[in-house]
Design a binder for this molecule. Structure first.
Ligand code: FES
Length: 170
């Protein structure tokens, strides 16, 4: 199902199409990787809502990316519980290990580093979200292991022979 059809399906669940902007943005972001202006306008046009409403939500929530992000988006919570459990040290550690600052992307396009507000998982602070996964009770050693496994995962995907991969529709 294409993006338009998915958005139409999502919109059908709401009495007001404006209420479907958030799920529509998630669908569009999954389809395009991020949400540049033309994609935001397409979402607004599909829903038949004001473009400014779509822009407002896309630029307010950190889960939406109007700029390209790396293959793995490292979103470290720096809110109060995580901060008290060492989030600042972990951020500094990742900045050193990855050689980028907050908001930056590694030159190989693998990692983008961000800080976000409370992820709602304070019981396992400090917490970082990577894609759809949460990683909690982090310390420098666990972070290094996580970054290593993400690099290895990316390497494994890169070595898959395209000729042996199933073709679309199979
Ligand atoms: S403060 Fe970090 S998850 Fe709540």
């Amino acid at each position: 199902m294409g993006m338009r059809e998915q958005i139409e399906t999502a919109a059908a669940r709401y009495p007001d199409r404006r209420s479907a902007i958030m799920p529509a943005l998630l669908i569009a972001q999954k389809a395009h990787g991020h949400l540049p202006g033309p994609v935001l306008e397409e979402v607004a046009d599909i829903l038949g809502v004001e473009r400014i409403w779509v822009y407002e939500l896309a630029t307010f929530y950190t889960l939406f990316h109007t700029e390209p992000v790396g293959r793995f988006h490292l979103q470290l919570c720096d809110n109060i519980a995580c901060m008290l459990c060492g989030a600042e040290r972990l951020l500094a550690h990742m900045e050193t290990v990855l050689g980028i600052g907050k908001g930056g992307t590694t030159p190989d396009g693998l990692f983008t580093l961000s800080t976000v507000e409370c992820l709602g998982a304070c019981e396992m602070a400090p917490v970082m979200q990577v894609g759809d996964d949460y990683h909690g009770n982090l310390d420098a050693a666990r972070l290094d292991a996580l970054l290593g496994s993400l690099r290895a995962h990316a390497g494994r995907l890169a070595t898959v022979d395209p000729a042996s991969a199933p073709s679309p529709g199979e």
